[in-house]
Design a protein around this ligand. Sequence first.
Ligand code: ZN
Length: 117
Amino acid sequence: MASQVRNVGIPGVEPPKTVCSDKKCPWHGDVRVRGLILRGTVIKTKMQRTAVVEREYLYYDKKYKRYEKRRSRIHAHNPPCINAQPGDEVIIGETRPLAKTVHFVIVGVVKRRTEGS
Ligand SMILES: [Zn+2]
């Protein structure tokens, strides 16, 4: 049902204040979040309803016994009711494939971009 707000089942994420009719929205559409739940920063939103989210993580290098920083970019669906902007810190959840390169969806914004960053 498109007019109903569903519970995504992720603690600490509030449902968006506006309602949308996007069927690929985790709150108002029919995609189900299952699998990985990650946190990252929105890099760009140039695609229609899709954002590029970058994640930085530490990788342990056995030979040198040190951690090194690695980063990866993930395509995530950006529903109109959330409308994340570049610089926002978001929680993304794994879903069924939504497009050729998209199998994550933004479930909420943790921190809106602050002026000057
Ligand atoms: Zn929505």
